[in-house]
Design a protein around this ligand. Structure first.
Ligand code: GLC
Length: 420
């Protein structure tokens, strides 16, 4: 595919510069790390986004980006949130800590070394883009993995069989320190040290349960049905249904469609908060609703079957300068929330996803809004995203008030801006 813009050229150059390789079972894997300095491993949803951008330039390279994730799939179907690949000291310190299982592949050192956590399940969407871009054969290669992965989510993550899947740590949501999680962990108004400790406690419990999901759901209350994760899950199931249909796997296609219908239904029935005009997370066995206005609440906009009235209510927040209609939209926390920070600084320390905008959530929302015919708002978000990148480079986060970059530099998924 010919390069179309200067932005495309620099996006491709960044993905290239952040590319690393690793060997496993006499195969060589290529993948793009989110940031060479801040995040030097392969992350699940980052790689899915990288594959989507790669698919614009080089379909085979895009397929390779996902092959590393598929190779790291666990026997139960989980595709882990980080693949460290190497067994060097830095990675080992990472993968022996709170986020890993102590059995199975670990610790006896056959790469890839991984965490035992999930991230928002955006891999079917990525595979679809790569197949559309012409990676011949990748559909048949990836489909069995996808089917096992989404069936794992439906079977093991929806423990109360209500159609919505649960995360067992806020770090599984992809929105690590979002204040939507503060209340559940008892960290409302907490200072930096307390916030850090409290976010890690659920992971300590998970580790004690060796990440056995049945035990975690039975024994603990810290799991929750996260709106962002479920919206991405619903969208992913629809992509899986289309891919399975193309491969002639009708039964899988029907299962995925039925399950996706159930996700939207459950979100609308149980996670909608009429007063806030947003969706809420459902926390613990009692499914207590969260009340902090964060970008999670807008994410069901990516679901094509969301009722029209709900779309209107959500879209009105994007035009409201008090909540999500920031000069540089879309802030990860509503501007009028007391926890909102424009630059992630909490008493001098940095905690991400507490205000600044990220281009992956903007990418989701831009496409979701277009799908609902809200082209004007979509164009505004895409335009401001482009401006932020032109001013500050490909960054992990931007201040939604000024547009200045406030996260890791030369950051992979910021290249999604070329696909808005
Ligand atoms: C942070 C983000 C997460 C991302 C990772 C690597 O942990 O919260 O979403 O995947 O960094 O970029």
């Amino acid at each position: 595919m010919p390069l179309t813009t200067k932005l495309d050229e620099s996006a491709r150059a960044l993905l290239e510069a952040n590319t690393q390789t690793a060997d496993l079972d006499r195969r060589r894997f290529r993948f793009t790390v989110p940031s060479v300095t801040a995040y030097p491993f392969q992350w699940f949803w980052d790689s899915c986004f990288h594959a989507i951008v790669w698919s614009r330039y080089d379909a085979e390279r895009a397929a390779d980006e996902l092959r590393g994730l598929l190779a790291a799939q666990e026997p139960d179907g989980l595709i882990p949130h980080v693949v460290f690949w190497k067994g060097d000291l830095v990675s080992r310190l990472q993968w022996h800590h709170l986020e890993s299982r102590t059995s199975g592949r670990i610790p006896f050192h056959r790469a890839p070394h991984t965490t035992a956590q999930m991230q928002p399940p955006v891999i079917a969407q990525a595979v679809e883009r790569v197949v559309d871009a012409g990676a011949d054969g990748f559909l048949h290669e990836a489909l069995p993995h996808l089917e096992r992965y989404y069936r794992y989510l439906a079977a093991l993550r929806d423990h109360d069989v209500d159609g919505l899947i649960s995360i067992v740590s806020q770090f599984e949501s992809g929105l690590d320190f979002s204040p939507i999680y503060d209340e559940e962990i008892g960290a409302r108004d907490a200072g930096p040290a307390e916030l850090l400790a409290r976010t890690r406690l659920p992971q300590l419990r998970n580790k004690l349960a060796n990440y056995d999901l049945d035990t975690i759901f039975r024994r603990y209350r810290h799991h929750q049905e996260d709106v962002l994760v479920n919206a991405v899950y619903g969208q992913g199931l629809r992509a899986l249904a289309r891919l399975a249909g193309r491969a002639g796997r009708e039964a899988v296609a029907r299962w995925a469609t039925r399950t996706a219908d159930g996700v939207t239904e459950a979100l609308v029935d149980r996670a909608w908060d009429e007063e806030l005009g947003l969706f809420a997370n459902l926390v613990g066995p009692d499914e207590r609703r969260t009340s902090v206005k964060t970008i999670h609440g807008l994410m069901p906009l990516i679901l094509p079957d969301l009722p029209w009235k709900t779309v209107e209510r959500l879209a009105s927040h994007l035009e409201d300068p008090q909540t999500f209609g920031a000069p540089f939209p879309v802030p990860s926390v509503a501007l009028d929330e007391p926890t909102f920070t424009p630059d992630h600084r909490l008493r001098g320390f940095r905690f991400i996803w507490r205000g600044p905008l990220s281009l992956n959530t903007n990418w989701f929302l831009v496409h979701g809004l277009r799908g609902h015919g809200r082209d004007e708002i979509a164009a505004r978000i895409a335009g401001r995203s482009r401006e932020a990148v032109e001013l500050g480079g490909f960054n992990e986060f931007y201040d939604p008030l000024s547009g200045r970059p406030v996260g890791a530099e030369r950051f992979g998924w910021a290249t999604l801006v070329v696909d808005m």
